[in-house]
Structures are given as structure tokens and as C-alpha cells.
Design a protein around this ligand. Structure first.
Ligand code: CDP
Length: 761
């Protein structure tokens, strides 16, 4: 019950200032779609105090409960492997030691304990920031740490808070702040030296998101130039310590040489040059002094986790359909193994999670009285906050929890009670295809290190079992570690992030990347930014660039918004609706059987627009919004996901607020409802402005070829334009399975495409 919301009297939400609500960069599947912010009502602090004063009795009771909880949790905390290292951790950052690299298995207590250890250190006068790749982790960790400290998250006195896109709980006394990586980057837009923090802890570094790589680069510059009196802790479940140590040492060395401020280093450096004039000898000495001068600034800490044995089994033959295989495995475990022992299934995305959930629920209905019940719980990033939190609740009596998750549960979130893991062996991740200049989400085999992480989730509390839905041979053939996202994604957003924080375009080349992307992909991203207008003709970062960096969207979608705000386009409300729909995975339910397919087609016909998928989305959100009586029933009737639509409505609200704040949208603007010919044409042209490179034209043979790159691309079967021949298309998503597909497609005039590609706007 530590995740239960506490009494509303204490739920005071304080906004630091308006900027605290600034959005994140939307650049990853998981961090991407802003989930529902289950925001509590914002109370004025004075009002809140009056309210709670009136309920003193209740307040005291609450205090007692908090103290009891704290005492109970302290026992558990002390059993965490990290507690053996408490003194060492404090010492590692005392005096002029300011960088610590920590490696410890998931669940060893890094995220929850390290900030608590550090907050009482004499150097720690300001806040500690601790970054997370995912919203759900940031919020649940904040809750947990508040409980451990005997405080109520959200109360004015609480020393723990969180800040994720569109949802912030920060008070006057916040000392430990969990925030998403994007949020920290956003704070750097205000002041790149982050003066509000005594320490920044970068957690989950092994995930190597683009944002984490950017943060590490910025922090390396900050600590090595000593521009900020700040300590940096880098934490990881599996990272390569040597690589990280070298990364930070290189930074310190570069700065010392260029500034000549560090006496020790300068001395050794000059020794190097005097003892020998050859380059190699100099390099040798440089290396020596690194050890001397920097070993006292960087320390490393290795924590051995507590891990029980996990018995692992494989399938004998490769499976065609892992959803079906998972279904069988779940029921095999459920009928054979006694309670307690929950099951965690790793799947690829919202779609597979939801279809397996439906199947399990269907079959579970047929279980006899003597068999325990099954409670299925989905867990993916776009899931509303409240639903995500449910996975932490204890299973009801005589019930087994079956958690159906994406790789969000791999290291980011520790769900208690898991004894069985089922691993489909796949993950959905971003891939950029340089030759096409298009990025797409691909389902790929996981890396060996991911497989081991997933397996480990079964042995956190007791011996467990892991069922791999792939053969032992496939396991042996897996890539050792996952390729960092920065080496496989479109870099335009990353470069936008870097430039918006004051790095001039010519210095991009010297930005400290932990893994440097290829020149070709850097160049391609710069071209894209130029095309979007984020750079002007003289290659300077433009006003448009600054605006794009503030929008919580990819630069392409951001550009669509900016275009729609122009008076001559005048369709921002409508475009926001479309973009809100594009920000969730799929608002239309997947249909599996033939007869249902027909029924769905019939039911959705009223929503379809001949111009294509984007206007169909607009028609859908409009019909949904207009439905006053029962939106769930409306959704069911139209084979639309009610959950996705709730998300869409929430994202729409957030995007509108952001646009109002940026003075793009009038505060009183009505919701998008126009569908006249002019508005339709304007919308399509706005989409084109952002997606100019995602365009294709019809060939005489009936196929479509991309305008840039001249590659064949087919309209995806889920598109309303599937099977139709139009002179040109613009698409918001590129999917690559056995062939290249355009998904999210609209018909446009060929001349418009020509115009936008020629740079006319
Ligand atoms: O960061 P690391 O994975 O090393 O561990 P952690 O997140 O600090 O978690 C340590 C322990 O705290 C977990 O094993 C859970 O028992 C508990 N915890 C929890 O109950 N709820 C959370 N939201 C986070 C942690």
C-alpha cells in the first residue's frame, strides 16, 4: 500500500514557477507519449495549511502512521545490499571528489538509498536531482522514498518530489527530486549550469537513451570546467565502468590542459614535453598524470546484488507466434505452481500487451473454482499513471498477478512478488535507416544482457523460473549488449537539444558523446534541421529552432504545430487534435477475426475520411468528444480504444496549454472542429511542412516511391488509403517489416510536395 494516494489535505502541489511545467523532448517510445497525468487538485499553500490546521487530529494521526511506516521500512532498507557500502559512498564524494560511478544490480537499492545517503552530507546544501528514463519510475520512486522518510508526497513539508512532463510535485522543502531525463534537459534550457542542485544522479545509464547520453555530455563539461559546484553520480545496472571512467577522465584532462588551471596537471604535462619531444612519450605522460591528478576526483563503487537462483528453460523449436506461446506458458505455470508467485511477461509493445491481456482474461474465465484466480495487469509507458501504479498493489486473496509488460519492467521498475518471468526475446526499438532518411520502430531480438536482466527479475525475493520463448541457440546468438539509441536514431532532436542549450552548430563536432554517431547521420540531422527551419541560411540556430526545442514533440511534429499557428494556415486547434492522436500508439483496436473485421469496418465507416488517416483521426477525436452520454460504449461500438482516447484527450489538453504558453494559441480558442475544404487543405499542408521528407508519389506501375531517396514504399494495410491510388502521399510513420510501409498516410497534391521540398513555404 505504499503507493496509495494519501489524504487530499496533504496533497499540495506546488509549482516552482510556470517553467516547472515545461514539457519534455518527446523522443523515445517509452518516454514519448505523455501518459495521463493523474494530477491532484492544486491547492494554494495558504489554503492547504488552513485546511490541514482544521484537521489537526487527522494530521497527527497521519504523522503517527508515517512514523510507523518509516520504522518498518527502515528494517527492509537496511537489508538492501547497498547498505554495506553506505560509508564508502559518502566518503567517495567528500572533499574535492566529485564524480562517482556506481554499478549495482537492479533492486540493490541504488535509486532509493543513494540520494538519502547523500542529502545529509555537509556539501549537500541544495537539491539532489536524480534522473530516470521513464515517468512511471520517477513517480513511484518519489513515493517510495517519501514513505521511507516518513513523509507524505505532495505535502508542503515533504523533502522528496518529482517532476515529469506535465506533472510536478515539488514543494518549498524538496531536497530530493526524481525527474525524467527530458525534464532535466528542459531545466538546462533555463540555466545550463543547473545552480539549483548540489548533486545530479544519473540513474539507469545502461539503458543508454539519447537523453542520458546528452546529459552525460553536458555534465562532463560542467564538472570538468568547474563551472558548477556540483557532484555527479552515474548509476547503472550493467554499465561498462571502464568506458565511463575514461569518458570522465578525458573530460577532466581536456579542460585541464586547455585552461592550465590545475597546477599538478600542468606540471606533469610540461614534464611530458621536456622529457621527450616525441608525440608518443607526451601521450604516455599525459596518461600518467591522469591517474595522479584525477584519481582523487573520480571514484567507482561496485555493489553486488542479492540474487536467488533462476531456473531457465527454452523452447525446443522457434515459435511463430510468441503471444500464443506466452498464453500457453502462463496457464502451464498457473495450473502447476502454487501461490504465492506472480508472473511477469515481457512483450514488445502496447499492441501485444493488450491482445495477450484479452486472451488471458478470456481463458481465465473458464478456470474452475479450485484454481486460483488470475489478475492481468498491463504495464507500458503510455498507460495512464493510475493504471501503471496498480502493478505494485498486492494481489487479492487466492489470486495470481500476471503482469504484461514492455521492456519498461526490465530494469526501470522493480515489481515485488515476481517468481516467474516469461521472455518473448524481442523488443521494439527505434531504428534509423540512413539511406532512406527515415526512422521507424522495429521489433528486434533483445541483447544478451537484456535477456539476463529479464531473467533476473524472477529471482529478486526467492528462487524463481524464467521461460524463454526462444531456443537456447538463439540465445547464444544474441548480440552481447544493446546498441546505444544514439547510434540508431534520427539525431535531429538530439542536435536541437544540444544547440538550444547554447552549443553553436560548429561546436557540435566537439560535443562529448559517449559514443560518437557517424558523420553521415550528424550531417543528415543537420540537413533535416535546416529543412525544418531550425537553422537559418547562415546555419545559425533560429527562433524557430528555439520554439521547436520548447515543444514536447519531435522536431517534425513541432514544425507541423508552428506551421499551423501561422495566420495564413489558421488550423492549430485541429492540428493539435491530430498530433494528440499520433502521440498514442493506436486508437483503433486491432481486430483478429475475419467477421469482426467486417463489423469494425462498417462501424468505423462514418469516421473514415477520403483524404486519409490524419483527417480520419481528427474525425474520430471529434466524434468521441461530442459523445456526451457514454464514451466507453461509443468506443466499443466503433472498435476504438477507450483507454487510448482518454490519453489523447489528456495530451490534447497539455499541448493546448503549452501552445497558449508559447503564445501560439489563443487562450480562448475553440477546440478543433472545422472540416471545410480550406481548413482541410491547410492541415495537409502543415503536415507536409513537417514531414516533407516523408512523402512519396505514385508511379505509372501503381507503386509509390519516396520523393527523397526514390525508394519503394507501400501504404500500410491499416491505412484508410490502403489500395487507393492518389498522386502523392505524406506519411507520419514509417514501418519496416518484410517491406517498407507508410503508416498514417494522407493524400496530397504533388505540386504541394514539390513546393515544400523546394523550400517554398
Ligand atoms: O535502483 P535499484 O534498482 O538498485 O534499487 P531501488 O530502486 O532503490 O529498489 C530497492 C528496493 O526498494 C526494491 O527491491 C524494492 O523492494 C523497493 N522499492 C519499492 O518497493 N517500490 C519502489 N517504487 C521502488 C523500490
Amino acid at each position: 500500500g505504499h503507493l496509495k494516494a494519501s489524504s487530499p489535505d496533504y496533497e499540495v502541489q506546488q509549482k516552482h514557477h510556470n517553467d516547472a511545467l515545461k514539457p519534455l523532448q518527446n523522443n523515445s517510445d517509452d518516454n514519448g507519449a505523455p501518459g495521463l497525468s493523474s494530477r491532484r487538485p492544486v491547492l494554494h499553500e495558504g489554503l492547504a495549511q488552513k485546511l490541514s490546521a482544521g484537521k489537526n487530529e487527522q494530521g497527527r494521526h497521519k504523522g503517527v502512521v508515517n512514523e510507523q511506516k518509516k520504522a518498518a521500512l527502515l528494517k527492509l532498507r537496511k537489508e538492501l545490499p547497498i547498505w554495506n557500502h553506505e560509508r564508502l559512498i559518502r566518503q567517495s564524494l567528500s572533499g574535492n571528489k566529485d564524480i562517482m560511478l556506481m554499478v549495482g544490480e537492479t533492486g540493490s537499492g541504488k535509486s532509493t538509498q543513494v540520494p538519502q545517503f547523500l542529502m545529509t552530507e555537509p556539501w549537500c546544501k541544495r537539491c539532489i536531482a536524480i534522473t530516470q528514463p521513464r515517468r512511471v519510475a520517477a513517480i513511484s520512486l518519489a513515493r517510495r522514498v517519501a514513505d521511507e522518510m516518513g513523509m507524505t508526497l505532495g505535502a508542503p513539508a515533504c523533502q522528496v518530489g518529482y517532476s515529469v512532463r506535465f506533472d510536478t510535485s515539488i514543494g518549498p522543502n524538496t531536497r530530493i527530486k526524481f525527474l525524467t531525463e527530458g525534464m532535466l534537459l528542459q531545466e538546462m534550457l533555463r540555466d545550463p549550469t543547473l545552480p539549483q542542485y548540489s548533486a545530479v544522479i544519473v540513474d539507469e545509464v545502461h539503458e543508454r537513451s539519447v537523453n542520458v547520453d546528452l546529459i552525460l555530455g553536458f555534465l562532463r563539461n560542467l564538472v570538468s570546467s568547474k563551472r558548477a559546484a556540483m557532484k555527479v553520480v552515474v548509476m547503472s545496472a550493467t554499465a561498462d565502468v571502464e568506458g565511463l571512467t575514461k569518458f570522465f577522465q578525458d573530460g577532466l584532462r581536456e579542460k585541464t590542459i586547455s585552461n592550465g588551471t590545475d597546477r599538478k596537471a600542468t606540471k606533469v604535462h610540461s614534464q611530458g614535453t621536456s622529457s621527450s619531444s616525441t608525440g608518443s612519450a607526451k601521450a604516455h605522460h599525459t596518461k600518467d598524470y591522469t591517474v595522479d591528478a584525477f584519481s582523487d576526483r573520480i571514484s567507482t563503487c561496485l555493489i553486488k546484488g542479492r540474487q536467488f537462483d533462476v531456473k531457465t528453460t527454452y523452447v525446443h523449436e522457434p515459435t511463430q507466434d510468441f503471444v500464443e506461446e506466452a498464453l500457453k506458458t502462463i496457464f502451464r505455470i498457473h495450473c502447476k505452481e502454487p501461490l504465492p508467485g506472480d508472473i511477469l511477461v515481457f512483450l514488445t509493445g502496447q499492441e501485444t500487451v493488450e491482445s495477450l491481456q484479452r486472451l488471458v482474461n478470456e481463458y481465465a474465465g473458464g478456470l474452475d473454482e479450485k484454481t486460483p484466480k488470475i489478475l492481468t495487469l498491463p504495464l507500458f509507458a503510455a498507460l495512464p499513471q493510475i493504471a501503471q501504479q496498480r502493478v505494485f498493489d498486492k494481489a487479492p486473496h487466492f489470486t495470481r498477478k500476471v503482469i504484461l509488460a514492455t521492456n519498461i519492467a526490465e530494469t526501470s521498475i522493480t515489481v515485488p512478488g515476481i517468481r516467474y518471468v516469461i521472455d518473448c526475446g524481442k523488443v521494439k526499438m527505434k531504428h534509423f535507416r540512413n539511406n532512406l532518411g527515415l526512422e521507424s520502430l522495429l521489433v528486434k531480438p533483445i541483447s544478451m544482457s537484456s535477456a539476463i536482466q529479464r531473467q533476473g527479475r524472477a529471482g529478486r525475493e526467492a528462487p524463481g523460473q524464467c521461460f524463454r520463448l526462444y531456443t537456447e541457440r538463439s540465445f547464444q546468438e544474441l548480440q552481447k549488449v544493446t546498441t546505444p539509441e544514439i547510434l540508431r536514431c534520427d539525431l535531429s532532436q538530439a542536435l536541437l537539444t544540444i544547440m538550444a542549450r547554447g552549443v553553436p552548430v560548429q561546436d557540435i563536432i566537439t560535443f562529448p558523446f559517449l559514443d560518437r554517431p557517424s558523420d553521415e547521420s550528424l550531417k543528415q540531422a543537420l540537413t533535416q534541421l535546416l529543412q525544418l527551419g531550425a537553422l537559418n541560411e547562415s546555419a545559425h540556430f533560429s527562433h524557430t529552432g528555439k520554439q521547436l526545442a520548447r515543444l514536447p514533440l519531435s522536431p517534425t511534429l513541432g514544425r507541423v504545430i508552428l506551421e499551423a499557428a501561422k495566420p495564413e494556415r489558421d488550423c492549430l486547434s485541429e492540428i493539435i487534435d491530430i498530433i494528440a492522436c499520433l502521440s498514442v500508439e493506436n486508437i483503433f483496436l486491432n481486430i483478429h477475426t475475419e467477421e469482426k473485421k467486417e463489423a469494425a469496418e462498417e462501424a468505423r465507416r462514418s469516421l473514415f475520411r477520403r483524404e486519409g488517416d490524419h483527417l480520419t483521426l481528427l474525425a474520430t477525436i471529434r466524434a468521441y468528444s461530442e459523445e456526451q452520454s457514454d464514451r466507453r460504449a461509443w468506443s466499443d461500438r466503433h472498435f476504438v480504444s477507450h483507454r487510448a482516447m482518454q490519453n489523447v484527450i489528456d495530451i490534447r489538453k497539455q499541448l493546448r496549454a503549452q501552445c497558449v504558453q508559447m503564445k501560439l494559441l489563443d487562450r480562448n480558442a475553440t477546440e478543433g472542429s472545422r472540416m471545410d475544404e480550406d481548413t482541410k487543405a491547410a492541415m495537409l499542408q502543415c503536415l507536409l511542412r513537417g514531414f516533407a521528407t516523408n512523402t512519396a508519389r505514385l508511379m505509372p506501375d501503381g507503386s509509390y516511391k519516396t520523393m527523397v531517396g526514390n525508394q519503394v514504399v507501400a501504404i500500410h494495410p491499416t491505412s484508410v488509403l490502403f489500395g487507393r491510388k492518389v498522386e502523392a502521399i505524406v506519411f507520419s510513420e514509417f514501418v519496416f517489416t518484410n517491406r517498407s510501409y507508410a503508416r498514417g498516410v494522407s493524400a496530397v497534391q504533388l505540386s504541394w510536395v514539390g513546393d515544400v521540398l523546394a523550400g517554398a513555404t
